[in-house]
Design a protein around this ligand. Structure first.
Ligand SMILES: NC(=O)c1ccc[n+]([C@@H]2O[C@H](COP(=O)([O-])OP(=O)(O)OC[C@H]3O[C@@H](n4cnc5c(N)ncnc54)[C@H](OP(=O)(O)O)[C@@H]3O)[C@@H](O)[C@H]2O)c1
Length: 296
């Protein structure tokens, strides 16, 4: 069985990837400050990716054929207020890992590498981030491309799942309390079902080909449009969802690019699997939750 080492194993994306990939690989996953609850099929190690010596010794001892690098500081406001810390984790941490061995290196990146002025960015579009988060993630991409002989840069967008703190969980929490809330009509992305993302990334590993991939939902959608679809799928009233136009000045001040949607056509063709639209993605989550608990 091939060995995969996943960083960010205590995070939303890394933990889901660890579970998913453990079906086909021997999986090691790292955490930094938050030890995850153990789960079968995944061996956890503590690792601060900014510690170059520790990265080198952990990677050398695990000797994986594949590294999936999902650890990052991804809180856009925190990164803006702490650019040095963001750079140390998102750039230096990535370089430490990318230079640690000659495994196939899969870097989980983001739609924030684009400026968001027009949306539907293809894999070949020129990135021009304006947030510290976006700039450091883009520099991470550059480090990977210069340090690894075989690598995949996998950009995704607005991951949703029932994980604690996730946008979907927050919207459902608000609905359950019967709260009427406002959702932005002028902030767009390519909302991505987490399970679908894991399957896409599994295909990228199977393919083993160097390149840039857009692993995201197939639909450009506003926060408002997303909230309406959540209401429909989970059978809450649409009256709980109000439209709110932020406007350019507030978007800028709140570090919310206008349109970060990703064009996935090329990656979908290359990987040969379905990339979900929002209705399909939400329906899958609802069905899984219903099957597990009876109801949510
Ligand atoms: N979530 C999204 O909507 C989204 C969209 C686009 C791209 N992405 C990308 O997807 C990746 C994962 O995001 P996520 O949502 O899973 O984030 P998350 O839930 O915030 O998890 C971040 C992970 O990074 C780890 N980490 C942070 N600093 C570290 C350090 N110094 N050393 C080692 N590990 C460190 C954390 O470990 P501890 O908690 O143990 O400290 C945690 O496991 C990121 O690269 C992000 O850029 C996410």
């Amino acid at each position: 069985m091939k060995k995969v080492f996943i960083t960010g194993g205590s995070g939303v994306v890394g933990s889901a990837l660890a579970r998913f990939l453990s079906r086909d690989y021997r999986v090691f996953a790292s955490y930094n400050r938050s030890p995850p609850k153990p789960f079968e099929g995944v061996e956890f190690v503590q690792l601060d990716i900014t510690d170059r010596g520790a990265v080198s010794s952990v990677v050398r001892s695990l000797n994986p054929e594949i590294i999936v690098h999902a650890a990052a500081l991804k809180d856009v406001r925190f990164c803006e207020a702490n650019p040095e810390t963001a750079r140390r984790v998102n750039v230096d941490g990535t370089a430490n890992l990318a230079s640690s061995c000659d495994a196939f290196f899969v870097y989980v990146s983001t739609d924030y590498v684009f400026d968001g002025s027009r949306g539907m960015y293809s894999e070949g579009a020129v990135p021009s981030p304006w947030t510290v988060y976006g700039k450091t993630k883009l520099q991470g991409e550059v480090e990977v491309a210069s340090l690894c002989s075989r690598y995949a840069v996998c950009r995704t967008s607005g991951i949703y799942s029932l994980a604690e703190g996730n946008i979907l969980q927050r919207i459902l929490g608000s609905f359950r309390q019967g709260k009427v809330d406002s959702y932005f009509t002028d902030v767009f992305n390519s909302a991505t079902n987490l399970g679908n993302f894991c399957r896409m990334l599994g295909r990228v590993i199977g393919l083993g080909e160097t390149g840039t991939y857009h692993l995201a939902g197939s639909e450009r959608i506003s926060r408002y449009g997303f909230a309406l679809k959540v209401a429909d799928t989970f059978k809450f009233g649409r009256s709980l969802v109000l439209p709110l136009e932020l406007g350019e000045a507030r978007r800028r001040a709140e570090l919310r690019p206008f349109d970060l949607s990703l064009d996935i056509a090329q990656s979908q063709k290359r990987l040969g699997i379905g990339f979900f639209g929002v209705e399909e993605g939400l329906a899958e989550i609802k069905n899984e939750a219903d099957a597990l608990k009876g109801n949510i």
